[in-house]
Design a protein around this ligand. Sequence first.
Ligand code: HEC
Length: 107
Amino acid sequence: MHKHQIVTVATFLCFAIMTGNGWAGDKASVEMGKKLFSDPTLGGAGNAKTCATCHPDGKGLEQAGMNENLGEMISSCIVGALGGEALEAKSEKRESLLLYIKSLEKK
Ligand code: HEC
């Protein structure tokens, strides 16, 4: 392998790590929240239920973004409705769900 080829491969690998599951993927986002909303593994619950089972496309949650206890409501639905474990308050998953639910009220 030539030197410049090694540099090219190394650069590519750094880029792949950053844009893959690395730093860039670690940020909370509306898209991640939307995915989690229909993810049956959320909270580690072993059933097929998701948030979307009871709130299809976030229906009924259009006003929830204004709720001061939104974080707790999310946790109580994960624990009570999904039978899962509550997410940590500042975790990126819970932040993403918050962002997603807040995005619903603008529609
Ligand atoms: C088994 C059905 C069910 C599931 C599954 C469920 N919820 Fe709920 N959720 C409810 C009910 C019932 C209420 C209370 C009635 C209401 O306010 O709409 C509620 C209320 C809420 C509220 C408060 C609404 C408001 O206006 O303040 C939020 C936020 C919420 N759920 C988010 C979620 C999230 C996020 C998930 C997935 C982790 C989820 N729910 C899963 C049934 C469910």
